[in-house]
Ligand binder design. Sequence first.
Ligand SMILES: Cc1cc2nc3c(=O)[nH]c(=O)nc-3n(C[C@H](O)[C@H](O)[C@H](O)COP(=O)(O)O)c2cc1C
Ligand code: SF4
Ligand code: SF4
Length: 254
Amino acid sequence: MNAVYLSGSGNTKHIVTLLLNELGTNGISVPVESEDVKKALEGDEIILAYPTMFSNIPYLVRDFIISHESVWKGKKIFLITTMGLFAGDGTGCAARLLKKYGAEITGGLQIVMPDSIGDSKALKKSKEHNKAVIEKADQRVFEAAKKIREGIYPQEGLSFAAHLAGLFGQRLWFYNKTTGYTNKVKIDPAKCIGCGICAKDCPTQNIKIENGKAVASAKCTMCYRCINHCPKQAMTLLGKKLYEQPTYEKNSLA
Ligand SMILES: Cc1cc2nc3c(=O)[nH]c(=O)nc-3n(C[C@H](O)[C@H](O)[C@H](O)COP(=O)(O)O)c2cc1C
Ligand code: SF4
Ligand code: SF4
């Protein structure tokens, strides 16, 4: 079983790595923006994983599914989404699209992890809280892996009830946030030292260094990777001020 994932703060990458490890598969696991994606998609059984965004699929993942439409026919796809609190049908959104292209959805797993948004005060949680969330998430992955080894795939987020919960619980009200890429990444030129970390890390190549400063374009998928790794705390997206820079690595060590 191979895996393809999008991960901004590292949560989804961690969950996928742990699951593959628990399943004892020797498949490859690659980020959606990697050149090795083609190789990962050659397998018959694939895990596709991503963070929930406004109870929806990140636009880059939607784009990825559509731009590889000829690949999915007959493939067995297991969907994983990680979330801060509520996904509704976070896996179901991708499932419906993939089914349209002929994929067979084997199951879905929706795992609560620490929130990756650091420019919202309301979402900031204590280190202890985040660490406990990760421990619980790992436990859920161990349980899911045990079931999958027995041939029973979890079906989280795939039911009609989950569809309604995702749609009315959140997606409808934030629909405009996930219908395309955004130009809303803000970079404070006074703080930016032009180190290029953001440009190198961005999965959509949305950032360039011009005259020694980072400049963002309009192809942001809101993953928060650049924002959470900027050494000068120079970046924001949904909020105006940065309160923390959450990453899986930091949260797991806390
Ligand atoms: C733009 C954006 C929107 C998000 N929307 C949701 C949401 O609707 N529900 C939720 O539970 N978490 C939401 N989150 C939190 C992430 O899904 C969660 O922290 C996830 O584990 C991040 O995974 P990653 O580190 O692999 O990117 C959102 C995060 C971002 C950046
Ligand atoms: S990571 Fe931060 S400091 Fe480095 S180039 Fe990007 S915005 Fe500037
Ligand atoms: S600009 Fe930043 S938040 Fe947007 S896609 Fe690139 S790395 Fe992610």
